[in-house]
Design a protein around this ligand. Structure first.
Ligand SMILES: Cc1cc2nc3c(=O)[nH]c(=O)nc-3n(C[C@H](O)[C@H](O)[C@H](O)COP(=O)(O)OP(=O)(O)OC[C@H]3O[C@@H](n4cnc5c(N)ncnc54)[C@H](O)[C@@H]3O)c2cc1C
Length: 417
């Protein structure tokens, strides 16, 4: 089998790709495979979804979307992409609290790595999980709900708790969002007004190339029932409101980005940066991201800026986002409010690896946790020290997967290493 991840930087070692059409078939597959990994929409940049034996895609499992208005939840098939059910949810009058930059990512794959959007009052996407159904390493189907023992260890589980078949997510009444972009926000304004800037809208994303031009673009997404950014004039801390649709990268067609210019639209068509009907890639790319406690935000950004000369030649764009802390054991935003310092790189693999080693050293004093689905060079001991519930997680995994069917090289190195 020769299959690659979405970015094409990684060829999976798996010898088989199975696509079960029912939970019973999936249970049989798990019991037959000495090593098995769930494969989502293949958007991770590292070998987290790889295995030496069988990958399992849930793409052919029956699709499901079941709204429980009283419980305020929706239950969806785990292999669904957010964009696949978001419109139906909105048509029924409901929303989920946030989305990642891309609506093409599978629900189970996103929550397994703690994927996030932005917003000072928004948890990552895994914090919306109210319940899971999964097939464990013993082939059993189990369900677990928020508040039950070990639930917090099973949501962001890097695929180790089992193969998730159904996910129940919190929902809220549907809402509309308007989005505007301001350009060229100076560094000194960012550092002097960090909290005011990131709380100026429901979701704020700050793009930079780490140059003297500071934040090249500030994307503000406001709910129309809380139109914070509507009060902002054409000047936003020295940045200028744009009158044309923008792409985060210069000179790229902005028709792939979700509508800006203050035009209100449904949450699912404004919270992601990119439209579902387009592939937003600028060709080949790599990504890395460090999730840093918010109390260290400004110092960590300054530390990255000091590396600008070695970062810039290999960078397409960086993005700064915010998220609330949560109780999920392996969530990169575990226990306190955080910021994400993200890098979209050119596919200069050895050079990017070298820069990542420097970034690891520079960000270590600021307790930076690498995004589980992106590229990093942080060593296992450093990561272990950043996750206070790691021992409990390891114990939970040995209960759910006693034969280590879901283990792979990636988790052996960073979770069990
Ligand atoms: C263009 C692009 C944009 C991105 N934007 C963002 C962003 O805005 N924010 C952010 O935080 N991240 C972002 N990411 C990273 C991405 O969200 C994560 O890597 C995510 O985990 C990918 O999900 P996937 O469905 O592709 O899963 P895969 O990459 O296929 O797998 C990831 C992990 O999920 C596990 N998994 C998948 N399905 C299941 C299942 N059914 N049961 C159990 N485990 C499962 C796999 O075993 C593996 O451990 C982006 C990536 C790309 C390529």
């Amino acid at each position: 089998m020769t299959s690659t991840n979405w970015a094409g930087n990684l060829r999976y070692n798996a010898v088989m790709l199975e696509e079960p059409t029912s939970t019973i078939e999936l249970q049989e597959l798990v019991l037959l495979s000495p090593r098995v990994r769930a494969l989502g929409s293949r958007h991770s940049f590292n070998a987290i979804a790889d295995t030496l034996d069988t990958q399992v895609s849930l793409a052919k499992m029956p699709t499901e979307i079941e709204i429980d208005a009283e419980a305020r939840t929706v239950t969806v098939s785990a292999g669904a992409r957010y964009g696949d059910f978001a419109q139906e949810l909105a048509t029924a009058g409901w929303a989920i609290h946030n989305l990642a930059s891309l609506p093409h990512i599978s629900v189970a794959g996103a929550i397994a790595t703690g994927t996030h959007g932005s917003g000072d009052s928004n948890g990552n996407l895994a914090t919306a999980v109210a319940g899971l159904e999964l097939v464990t390493g013993t082939g059993d189907v189990i369900s677990v709900r928020r508040g039950e023992p070990n639930f917090d260890g099973m949501v962001v589980s890097l695929g180790l708790a089992g193969i998730v078949t159904r996910v129940t997510l919190d929902i809220e009444p549907s809402f509309e969002v308007l989005q505007d972009v301001w350009e060229n926000l100076p560094w000194e304004q960012l550092f002097a007004n960090y909290d005011a800037i990131t709380s100026a809208a429901y979701s704020v994303s700050l793009f930079t190339h780490w140059g003297d031009d500071g934040i090249t673009q500030a994307w503000l997404k406001s709910r129309t029932d809380d139109p914070r950014s509507a009060a902002i004039g054409d000047d936003f801390y020295g940045a200028t409101r744009q009158q044309r649709q923008r792409h985060p990268l210069p000179d790229i067609d902005a028709s792939v980005t979700t509508t800006q210019l203050g035009v209100a639209g449904p949450w699912w068509d404004r919270l992601p940066h990119f439209k579902l009907e387009f592939t937003p890639s600028n060709g080949e790319e790599l990504q890395s991201e460090f999730i840093v406690p918010r109390r260290n935000a400004v110092a960590a950004i300054e530390a990255v800026r000091a590396l600008a000369p070695s970062i810039r030649p290999h960078l397409l764009v960086s993005e700064l986002r915010t998220m609330t802390g949560d109780s999920l054991w392996l969530s990169p935003s575990h226990s306190e409010d955080c910021i994400g310092i993200h890098f979209t790189w050119k596919q200069d693999i050895p050079e990017v690896e070298a820069v990542l080693r420097d970034l690891d050293v520079a960000l270590r004093p600021f307790e930076a946790r690498p995004h589980w689905g992106k590229l990093f060079e942080t060593d296992a001991a450093t990561i272990a020290a950043l996750y206070p519930r790691l021992d409990e997680f390891r114990a939970l995994v040995s209960e759910l997967d006693p034969d280590g069917r879901f283990r792979n090289e990636f988790v052996d190195r960073w979770i069990f290493g």
